[in-house]
Design a protein around this ligand. Structure first.
Ligand SMILES: Nc1nc2c(ncn2[C@@H]2O[C@H](COP(=O)(O)OP(=O)(O)O)[C@@H](O)[C@H]2O)c(=O)[nH]1
Ligand SMILES: [Mg+2]
Length: 406
């Protein structure tokens, strides 16, 4: 016996609703997800007391400062070393980039006048060039990425990539279907330091659009890196979304098994593999804690990325395909490489550089800082505080600021 049409429509709607609810239930949790009933009593505080609440001065001497005209923009014999401020950016992000430039020029670069290098996968517009030049006295360079550094490599199967992106999307991995985001992560992992325009530079400070700098910094940070034998400087360290890097650690372990000679003696393996805090992250990422230096801020020495060890490691990862079949970020790739192949003492927390990339801050307790709240990690929801994994770094490697007088 046939049912009347309204009853049939109602039944179909109920079925659709039932399947939709089932689908929601079996979906994996959001990588940065608000608390569920079972974990909502979790203590989101990362520390008994955040070290950013302790009075913060400068890192130890030697520090190189402005003295007379030694850092004037037009001084051909200046004290600047071979370093650049570096920004991969799109034309449409001009306004957001100007915001970042103004903050960095105000707090630091108007004193030291390091050149800016802007890089894009397409030519910069005249408007972009004119407006950015206007923000600084320093030299500005505008560069296009060679196609072979940006395009999706031929060994990537596009059908598989598309299917994988569907699965990642189901697991709430951000930007899963955005090819350019995957390309950007791969470029930041294995290509930026190969750009011909950077050949003569050793150090860079990565600057993204729409970031904020809060604290006056009165020494040359690049010379600090060189004089103190540092390879990499970070401000913020966070947990990653495990489904975006499911096979990154297993692939890394395959590489290490065949390349033990690259492991640094004083490496950070224990930091990388921690599973005491957030064990489910380690479990889902197959052995990696997912803790990474947040790479939208980096002050670093490109000699490390140009080393034989890193080149071999990057090529291994690239061939494995995870930049496109998963969504490996340059942040975990950089962090793992540094943690394995570099001496941990050469990694520096730039605690004194007040910084924000939405939604996280590094805000020290210092009279040199204005516009951020000391010790505050986020202005978002309280549960975002559990994304902070700096405590792991301090636990396994140490906090070099503990030994400096405030
Ligand atoms: N030229 C160019 N820059 C890009 C592209 N995609 C991302 N970027 C830059 O890469 C950086 C990271 O991108 P962003 O959208 O900020 O990613 P998020 O911070 O992870 O949300 C920023 O500096 C962007 O301007 C792209 O397709 N072309
Ligand atoms: Mg960004």
């Amino acid at each position: 016996m046939a049912f009347p049409k309204p009853i049939r429509l109602l039944a179909a709607a109920c079925m659709a609703l039932f399947f939709f609810l089932m689908l929601q239930m079996i979906r994996n949790p959001n990588p940065i997800s608000p608390p569920t009933a079972s974990n909502e009593k979790e203590d989101y505080k990362s520390f008994a007391r955040d070290p950013n609440l302790d009075e913060t001065g400068e890192p130890p001497e030697p520090l190189h400062r402005v003295d007379g005209h030694n850092y004037d923009a037009d001084n051909p014999f200046s004290d600047r070393i071979n370093a650049t401020l570096l920004s991969l950016v799109r034309n449409k992000e001009l306004k957001e980039l100007v915001q970042s430039m103004q903050d960095l020029e105000r707090t630091w670069n108007h004193k030291f006048n390091y050149p800016w290098t802007f890089i894009n996968d397409e030519p910069f517009t005249e408007e972009f060039k004119t407006v950015t030049k206007h923000q600084t006295n320093a030299e500005c360079r505008y560069e296009v990425i060679p196609k072979e550094h940006w395009q999706i490599p031929g060994w990537i199967n596009r059908d598989l990539m598309h299917e994988s992106a569907n699965l990642l999307e189901d697991m709430d991995v951000q930007y899963a279907h955005m090819d350019s985001y995957h390309q950007m992560c791969r470029w930041n992992s294995g290509f930026f330091y190969k750009h011909p325009a950077l050949a003569d530079y050793q150090y860079y400070w990565r600057v993204e659009p729409n970031v904020h700098f809060f604290c006056d910094v009165d020494y040359d940070v690049f010379r600090y890196m060189r004089d103190h034998n540092k390879t990499y400087g970070f401000t913020i360290a966070l947990y990653d979304s495990p489904p975006s890097i499911t096979t990154l650690w297993p692939e890394t372990m395959k590489f290490v098994a065949n390349n033990k000679q690259y492991l640094a003696q004083n490496n950070a393996m224990k930091f990388l593999t921690d599973r005491d805090r957030r064990p489910e992250h380690n479990f889902q990422a197959n052995g990696y804690s997912t803790c990474h230096f947040w790479s939208n801020f980096e002050i670093a020495d490109m000699d490390f990325w140009r080393s034989e060890a890193y080149e071999a490691y990057f090529n291994h990862l690239d061939r494995a395909g995870g930049f496109f079949y998963e969504r490996w970020g340059d942040a975990p790739v950089h962090t793992i490489a540094l943690g394995l192949f570099e001496d941990s003492d050469r990694i520096h927390w730039f605690k004194d550089i007040g910084y924000q990339h939405i939604p996280f801050f590094n805000c020290p307790n210092s009279p040199k800082c204005k516009g951020c709240i000391k010790g505050r990690l986020t202005d978002g929801e309280a549960w975002l505080n559990r994304e902070d994994c700096r405590p792991n770094w301090f636990k396994y490697v140490g906090n070099e600021w503990d030994s400096t007088a405030a």
